[in-house]
Ligand binder design. Structure first.
Ligand code: ACO
Length: 329
């Protein structure tokens, strides 16, 4: 198997900033103080009217391709991790991104559905193609536009989410660098603690049921399950690879709630300087939160070639995943 790693990275956040005060001004019974204290979120980015998930994915992908020094025609595969595709049935958002990038070769392109763990899942799938020799360069994009699927009268969910996209290019890297382990998990019996009940084949939209899919969540249950699943998963991947917590340069958690990240880091023994936090600025951008945070860390000069990085995702399904890698850019 060939060593596989990140050879380019990019991110995109829509221009429009929505602060906690803006949400309160919409007439919701909430406050900046409550949202900051319970979640760590101060503001989030909201996509423009008419902007779709592929538009966010496109901008992040252009940056990732530039950073890898390649063009779209150098790609052999595109995977888009998203829960908010451009089109509800088909085609996949990955096909839209392929066309938008100007990719003239008929390479495979598909979407991956693993909610906020989508980046870990898509990274793992893309890496297998490169490791086996089935592909040389793979674009993995995570993009979500949840603002269009929120109940803006439900103060317990609408305050949490923002829109965004992050992308990486995977390729063969020098031995000793790149992805070391990629552990993925799911527990389907917990599906309904975080889901969108309406609009799928279980409860289709019809003349009798004219509702649309909206995020519904048991916040406390999600909080507990998240901490109780990711902590042992991180411990296990570090132990299996004989890596101490102090050896890890950066821990990039899915940015759902600062209290979840704090609780998990405390149990694992990570120090604040090892942890990347973007929640105050962007809120929870679902699958894209990990690559966005990783990209910010890179642009801030917090990562050097060879540094150990742990990416921790969790989300609806219930799914979770831990990716351990040595930075290869
Ligand atoms: N403003 C003011 N009050 C609020 C708000 C708000 N925005 N939201 C809820 N409340 C109220 C509730 O109505 C409740 O009032 P009551 O006591 O009168 O009934 C009170 O605050 C406490 O509500 P809880 O839900 O118990 O509050 P909690 O401290 O658990 O915080 C939160 C809620 C922030 C949602 C928290 O549970 C959480 O973050 N859970 C994890 C959510 C998460 O991570 N989701 C995404 C993960 S996966 C993915 O990314 C898709």
């Amino acid at each position: 198997m060939k060593p596989v790693g990140v050879i380019g990275i990019g991110r995109y956040l829509p221009d429009h900033v929505m602060t906690n005060h803006d949400i309160q001004a919409m007439g919701l019974d909430t406050s900046d103080e409550w949202i900051r204290e319970r979640t760590g979120i101060e503001e989030r980015r909201i996509a423009a009217v008419g902007q779709a998930t592929s538009d966010l994915a496109y901008h992040a992908s252009v940056q990732a391709l530039e950073s890898a020094g390649i063009t779209a025609d150098d790609l052999d595969l595109i995977i888009v991790a998203t829960s908010t595709p451009d089109y509800f049935l088909f085609p996949s958002t990955a096909c839209i991104v392929q066309h938008r990038l100007g990719c003239t070769r008929p390479i495979p392109a598909f979407d991956m559905s693993a909610a906020c763990t989508g980046f870990n899942y898509a990274l793992s799938a893309g890496a297998q193609y490169v490791a086996s020799g089935a592909a040389k360069k793979v674009l993995v994009v995570a993009a979500d536009l949840l603002s269009k699927f929120l109940d803006w009268t439900d103060r317990s969910t609408c305050i949490l989410f923002g829109d965004g996209a992050g992308a990486v290019v995977l390729g063969e890297v020098d031995p000793g660098l790149g992805i070391i382990a990629s552990d993925l998990f799911s527990r389907g019996e917990l599906a309904e603690i975080l889901y969108a009940k309406e609009g799928g084949s279980r409860n289709p939209i019809s003349m009798d049921n004219p509702t649309r899919p909206l995020v519904s969540m048991e916040g406390r249950a999600v909080f507990k399950v998240a901490v109780n699943t990711v902590v042992p998963a991180v411990e296990s991947v570090l132990a299996a690879n004989q890596i101490a917590v102090s050896d890890v340069k950066l821990l990039v958690f899915h940015q759902a709630n600062l209290r979840i990240i704090d609780a998990a880091c405390e149990r694992l023994g990570f120090t604040p300087d090892q942890v990347v936090i973007t929640l105050p600025k962007y809120g929870n951008t679902s699958a894209s939160s990990i690559p966005i945070a990783l990209c910010e860390a890179v642009s801030e000069g917090r990562l050097s070639r060879g540094d150990l990085v742990v990416l921790v995702g969790f989300g609806a399904g219930f799914t979770w995943g831990v990716t351990l890698l040595r930075w290869s850019c």
